[in-house]
Design a binder for this molecule. Sequence first.
Ligand SMILES: NC(=O)c1ccc[n+]([C@@H]2O[C@H](COP(=O)([O-])OP(=O)(O)OC[C@H]3O[C@@H](n4cnc5c(N)ncnc54)[C@H](O)[C@@H]3O)[C@@H](O)[C@H]2O)c1
Length: 307
Amino acid sequence: MMKVLVTGGAGFIGSNLALELQDRGYEVIVLDDFSSGHFKNLIGFEGDVVTESILDVDLNRFRDVDIIFHQAAITDTTIQDQKLMMQINTEGFRRFLDFAIENNIKFIYASSAATYGNAPAPQKEEYAGKPNNIYGFSKWICDCIAKKYMEKYPDAHIIGLRYFNVFGPREQYKGKMASMIWQLAKQMIEGKNPKIFKWGEQKRDQVYVKDVVRANLLAMDAKESCIVNVGSGRAVSFNYIIEVLNKVLGFDYTPEYIDNPYKEFYQEHTEADLSKAKKYLGYKPEWKFEKAVEDYIKWLKKNKYIK
Ligand SMILES: NC(=O)c1ccc[n+]([C@@H]2O[C@H](COP(=O)([O-])OP(=O)(O)OC[C@H]3O[C@@H](n4cnc5c(N)ncnc54)[C@H](O)[C@@H]3O)[C@@H](O)[C@H]2O)c1
């Protein structure tokens, strides 16, 4: 039986991945310090959970794993503490990458569309490198380190996945960092007009977590090391998200427009160019935005996050 480690496995994406791997018959170990994860994300999980930080956990505990999915990171993109962000996101990453190389373990890690800053859309992988904040910078340097390792160790299996805006089940414990889809749905269900930044025409590539999990599974069998985008390949505006939520939830809310305090750092238009993901992983999104929102709302109702 293949044994896999999911760092950040109590978080949003990590828990979806851990549960899917378990369903597919893998022996799964989760490593998480529960700083932004939650045990409720892992209801149904029957594997092992190691509760330590990626910065100091004894790596010998993971010597016999076949694959590492590295998801653990500080995911609050508004944190300004540069040393903390770099230590956890970049040094934490380096520690696991080194360990994977030394022990011949496949290494698949979460990078981010934040590495693109304000690069023009659709973003191609080579446009990255001008991040707007320390979070984006911490992920960009992971990608730079990964590229050097790919050259130095041509036989290693290193896959960087640049997730765009992910939404879906088990993001509820991310609070203000959860997706716009969840934030807006929640406001509407609470009877409030959904609040968005003026004038709602900012566009984002919103990708369903089920597609992100699938990209990770495909990454296990990639023939070559690579860093590729993982998105839906389509940008939707905030106004359009509200339109779709109105339809799916049966409401008729109009958006309330507010000033954007992060204007300087704000990505106005993200949209993944997926040609590399298709070429290297055979990845193509399976979830259309409208269908994904429907599926997600069903899950939220079934799990009593909304009535
Ligand atoms: N959600 C998105 O839209 C998105 C987009 C791009 C990239 N990403 C990346 O995907 C990965 C998963 O993000 P997520 O959305 O699931 O967020 P999340 O906050 O739910 O998950 C991160 C997990 O890492 C854990 N963690 C943090 N610091 C740790 C440490 N020092 N040691 C051990 N565990 C630690 C947290 O407790 C949490 O469970 C992250 O690397 C994130 O940067 C996410």
